[in-house]
Structures are given as structure tokens and as C-alpha cells.
Ligand binder design. Sequence first.
Ligand code: FES
Ligand SMILES: [Fe+2]
Length: 366
Amino acid sequence: MQPGLNQVAAFRRYARAVESTLPYSWYTDPEILRAEQELIFRDAWQYVGHLGQLPQPGTFFAARAGRTPVVVTRARDGELRAFVNVCRHRGFPLAEGEGRRETLQCPYHAWTYGLDGELRAAPRSEEEPEFPRDELGLRPVAAGTWGPFVFVNAGPDPEPLADALGSMPAQVAELGLDVDSLVHYTRWEAELDANWKIVCENFLECYHCQVAHPGFAAVVDVSAESYALTTEGRLSSQRGQLRDRTRFAGELPRAQFHFLWPNLGVNIFPGRPNVSIGPMVPLTPDRTYRFLDYFFGPDVDQAWIDELMAFDMEVGREDRALVEGVYRGVASGALEHGYLMGRSEQLIAHFQQLTRAALDPRIAAR
Ligand code: FES
Ligand SMILES: [Fe+2]
């Protein structure tokens, strides 16, 4: 039976929706970012740091989970906990950086909390007959780990971290990488003049690699035939074969680049045991904070680390120019949307589907 004209028209509309990017207004509109913060980030597990920052009881580090300031602690009992990093008195941010302390003292009026979150002391509280000390502990949020990687979820009813991570830990283990053995090397940080979704979308395709990353494309085979793209739930994975066997040879035969929606990137290059991991955090519609924690196996020599770092910093510089350029084009308002390549950019389509599905109720209500 021949498809009717209506069916053909419906299919054309569907095909166009698949090929088209998100509306460009979604990359610049502060209302969209507000909706994203609430409907996407509030309930998402966020990578915030690593266990090397909590080497023993009596240590803490401050971080952000999306836009929620958090402090992650290891109290005397050795337990890992996380709290909203805002003083329960009048809202001053409590902890800064990282360190070793038995208590966290607010710089404003010196309310003092244990690393277990309890309010221990509040000057002049004895003058307040009904002072509800027990109710004024730090607001707890969920914390969890995968190997040395620490995640926080500030939502009201978080799913288990293992469910959120999906098959990523299994895929990494299958590659032959033991994440528990990794040692933190350094943190790289940057602010980019681009919407967070553009930074994620740049991570999600290697269609640009041959053109824009000649150094990377010399090491990893980025051809469409060899470079594998898969999605599973919120996880998008890219696998690349090692092209240059003289450089980057080692225990890990392939590259794995994982993206966990909404905003986590995990990079593993071929060669010696290595991981870099970090989120793309929206600050404003036109500005994104990124950090990457680099980890290496305990036996990886400095020369190999130096070479990988130099190589990856070059890729990072190239990507910064790309995402900031895309943002200028998208924000110009000259076009309504872009076009996605069905095969090479399927992971972006997946990212956009998840994003659209999370936002739709709010967008529909506008
Ligand atoms: S705001 Fe923290 S003690 Fe007053
Ligand atoms: Fe890139």
C-alpha cells in the first residue's frame, strides 16, 4: 500500500525534528536556564571531587553540585557525608577550599558545626530559652563514590548512584582499568563563554576531530568506520582505537569517552592507566564552568603524564575556540536552529532528546 500524503507529511515533520538541533533560543534564554536548573540539575548526581581530598577522619572539601554549594566531609567516625554549604543561621557560605579540621566555623557569627553536620556551638544561644540547636544542623545531601570519584546529589529523593552511573563502571573495568588504584594528579579549571549545552554537545561528537584536532586524530582513529558511538539510558559512550602505536602504547588498548547526562564527561586515553573526569556547570546562559580531575595509575612515569597532559591541553584549547565560536553564532539570533548529522552526531541527538524530555512540561506551560 502506498503511504498516504498525510503519512508522508508526518514522516517529513518527524525527520526534520530529528535532524534539527534544539532551538537556538534555548541556548541564550535565562528562563530556559532557570528551568534546566530546576528540572535537570536539581535531581542529578554531580561529580564534585575525589577521596584523595578526604585522606583521613577530620577532613573536608567544599564544592558545587550544579548550583548548590556543598561541603563533603569525613568525620571522626570515618563516614563520608555531604551537606549544603550554607550556614543555617543567616546563610553565609560556611566552608571554603579543603582542609583538616574537627569542626566548621562560620566566619560571620561563629556558629560551629561538627563534620557530622551537628550544630555544636552558637554564641549567646544560652540566652535564648527555646534555642532549637538540634534542628539547626547542616542540611544533609546524598553522597556516594565510584572508586575514588565522589558524587553528590542535592535533590530531595535521589536514586542510587549506581543506577545513575549505569554501565559506565562495567565498561571501564572491561577496558582493564582498575579505578580504585588511580591517584589524583591535578585539577584543570576553566570558564568558557558558551552555554553549557554547547560545551556538552562538543564533547558528544568527534565529527570535528579530523578537522579541528589534528594532534588527537593522529593518535586515535576518528574515522566513521572505526570510531564507535553507543547510548544506553543517560550514558553516551565513544570508543576509539589507537592509531599511533609508538605513542600512547600501554595497558589500555582503546580510548573511552563517556558522557553521563546531564553534564559529566569521563575521558580515558589509550596507553597507561588514566582518567580525567568532570562536569560542565552552567553559570549563566552564556558562561560555563568546567573542571577536570586527572588521575593516573600509581606506576605511570612522569614523562608519559607530561605527554598526555600536553596533548590534552592542546585539545582543550582547540575545543574552547570551537564552543565559544558556536556560542557567538547561535547567540547572534540570525538563525533559529541548526542541523544534526544523523549518524556522526547521534549522541547529540540523544542528549537533546533527554534535555527536551526533561524541560518539555515547563516549556509547554509557557
Ligand atoms: S551566618 Fe553563619 S553564624 Fe551567622
Ligand atoms: Fe573536541
